[in-house]
Design a protein around this ligand. Structure first.
Ligand code: GDP
Length: 298
């Protein structure tokens, strides 16, 4: 992902090599090329506008360093602005002070929620936590079995609906799951919820009802970076329908343009917390804005 953006930006910087200083015309031309590179990568228009305005102002303005040549200066500014649109600092999970920390996963069907539940469970176990996975996706055939499989792979317990556990009612399952976590001394509960192929009022209402029932400490919106332009509208719909405290970008190993996913932080104001880069449980890490910016800049 981001190969085209990387190549495009490399081309912009190459055009500046050998220049002694930047004329206003150079700054304009550079800003224009960066704008095209971002738009071609599917970065959302409002984000492109802010980004390009900042580049233009900074490349013309006072923070031109004597120690760097114009190409290096522009690379430095683009890097810093990329880190800024990606959220600046890494945002860590907030754990509950008392009782189990409840993490709810929300997102479209196929975004990678169930896989993420396993990844997060493994990651949490590796840092000494004892997560319980709760299967509240009762919509998609096999979602419960899939969660049991990833739970087993991650070495984490799974709470699934069965007679007495609220078969067919995801809100009851979620509530019973949190009760189980308290009884069995799990310190984190990961609630997997149902998605649909597109944004859907019933799905939102169900996710909101689960949220109200379990009062999550963190609600993670799981976003498939491969869905292109739809990423922004989907994120906005979940932000108003359910609300979330963090974003997880999945399928960053794919070859789509990915810029829309890069826009989600600025559009929603919610930090990107984790990134998934493959189907295996280990293909997962905390999201670091600075590392992502460096990767894009090659
Ligand atoms: P859910 O419907 O949101 O629970 O989505 P799933 O967890 O079932 O994931 C949908 C598909 O995407 C599965 O085939 C996963 O193996 C795959 N998947 C999930 N995360 C990633 C990722 O980061 N990269 C790749 N390449 N595939 C992924």
């Amino acid at each position: 992902m981001f190969d085209t953006l990387s190549d495009r930006l490399a081309g912009v910087f190459a055009n500046l090599r050998g220049k002694g200083r930047l004329s206003p015309a150079d700054v304009d031309a550079t800003a224009r090329e960066i704008r095209i590179a971002l738009l071609e990568a599917d970065v959302a228009l409002p984000v492109v506008r802010t980004f390009v305005a900042a580049i233009k102002q900074r490349a013309t303005g006072a923070d031109i360093s004597q120690a760097l040549n114009p190409a290096q200066q522009v690379i430095k500014i683009v890097n810093e602005e990329l880190v800024a649109i990606l959220g600046g600092e890494t945002r860590r999970l907030t754990f509950a002070k008392t009782g189990p920390t409840v993490i709810m996963l929300a997102g479209l069907q196929g975004s990678g929620k169930t896989t993420l539940a396993g990844k997060l469970a493994l990651w949490l176990r590796n840092s000494g936590h004892t997560p319980l996975l709760v299967a509240c996706d009762l919509q998609r055939p096999n979602a419960v079995t899939q969660l049991e499989v990833v739970g087993q792979q991650a070495g984490a317990a799974v709470f699934a609906p069965e007679p007495g556990n609220g078969v067919g009612d995801p809100v009851a399952v979620a509530r019973a799951g949190v009760d189980r976590a308290i009884d069995a001394h799990h310190d984190v509960v990961i609630v997997d919820t149902a998605g649909r192929l597109g944004v859907d009022a019933e799905m939102m209402a169900q996710a909101a009802a689960i949220r109200d029932a379990v009062q999550p400490d963190e609600t993670l919106f799981v976003l498939d970076a491969m869905i292109g332009q739809d990423a922004v509208t989907t994120a906005e719909a979940f932000a108003s329908g359910v609300g979330f405290t963090g974003v997880v970008l999945t399928k960053l190993d794919g070859d789509a343009r990915g810029g829309a996913a890069l826009s989600v932080r600025q559009i929603t104001g919610v930090p990107i917390m984790f990134a998934s880069t493959g189907e295996k449980l280990g293909d997962f890490d905390v999201f670091h804005p600075d590392r992502m910016a460096s990767r894009i800049l090659g």
